[in-house]
Design a protein around this ligand. Structure first.
Ligand code: BDR
Ligand code: CA
Length: 313
């Protein structure tokens, strides 16, 4: 089996950090061509730094990290320090990175990679607002058809919203970018809140990270310790949902997940429901399906995979 080539587009974020670690720990299944940072959970200055910090923590210091867009395509940036803390990676104390950003802009890296690789061999994995990917699609529309798949964390149907009553954070921050992606014709798999809210770090699962007793295991336990206070208070849940690692786990073992191939449209006009992912779950329109919308996972299988892989770093 050859490793699947991916670009991780991300706004770390504790859960983004765990997703990056999972990908870097899985070289048999996944080849990370590059990590592109975008503004989202915190401003770009911090997300790009956090991406470097995580690569260094993983020990894979040759991974290329690129800085991308510092604001959504057509509106002001909304951030989520109330969830992720001031740095975006609050929890562990991690050293400033020694490795450096690449000089190239993330959008140009995405474009050049698609241009150079054979059609259908590069998967894009957005874990934050979709600004970088949409900017690449706007700048080089002829390359859209070369994308193998987009596997993204974003949106919600039954869970509705987390940043507003109607919208999930990643889609809400840049709904115009999300609309470009969902209308692109590229095969899309969506890991929405409906599934990520079932990937909860319970005390036992967090202990399993900590008991790895490695710098990675301890840092992941400390990140989820920090991250969970917000969700426990808000939802009364057992622990933090590990949203973004669901994307990488799906690539490694799609059998852990299930969902439906449905039509998904993005609300870009309404003030009240801006960024809503209108998923035709019940097939009540004749709009053609454009996304595999995941709704369920084998949570124990997911956490075994994650813990087993983190142990390899
Ligand atoms: C998404 O928003 C961010 O807070 C997380 O990193 C995740 O990508 C969940 O709504
Ligand atoms: Ca994220």
């Amino acid at each position: 089996m050859t490793a699947r080539k991916i670009i991780i587009d991300t706004d770390p974020g504790q859960d983004d950090a765990v997703a990056i670690l999972l990908a870097l720990a899985s070289p048999k299944e996944i080849e990370v061509l590059g990590i592109t940072a975008v503004a989202g959970n915190v401003p770009l200055e911090l997300t790009q730094k956090n991406a470097l910090i995580i690569c260094e923590l993983s020990g894979k210091t040759n991974v290329k990290v690129f800085a991308g867009c510092d604001r959504p395509l057509r509106r002001d940036l909304v951030t989520a320090e109330h969830v992720h803390g001031k740095t975006g990676l609050d929890g562990p104390v991690l050293p400033d990175p020694k490795i450096q950003l690449q000089d190239q802009h993330a959008v140009d890296f995405i474009i050049d990679t698609l241009r150079e690789c054979a059609a259908g061999t590069v998967t894009l994995c957005p874990l934050g607002p979709l600004t970088n990917i949409a900017a690449a699609f706007e700048k080089a529309p002829e390359l859209i058809k070369k994308v193998q798949e987009i596997v993204l964390m974003g949106g919600a149907y039954f869970e509705v919203g987390n940043i507003t009553p109607a919208a999930e954070f990643n889609i809400y921050v840049d709904p115009q970018a999300a609309q470009i992606i969902f209308r692109s014709g590229v095969p899309i798999t969506v890991l929405p809140l409906d599934v990520t809210h079932k990937a909860l770090v319970t005390k036992k699962r967090n202990d399993a990270f900590r008991n790895l007793a490695s710098p990675v295991g301890i840092a992941v336990a400390q990140m989820t310790d920090f991250f969970e206070r917000f969700d426990i208070k808000k939802y009364g849940s057992e622990g933090a949902p590990l949203h973004d690692p669901c994307v990488i786990a799906y690539l490694i073992n799609p059998d852990l997940f299930s969902g439906r191939h449905v039509n998904v449209e993005i609300e870009t006009q309404s003030e009240l429901t801006l960024g809503m992912t209108v998923a035709d779950w019940w097939g009540v329109t004749d709009r053609p399906p454009n996304a595999m919308f995941i709704s369920d996972l084998d949570a124990d299988g997911f956490f075994s995979l994650l813990t087993e892989r983190l142990a390899m770093l």
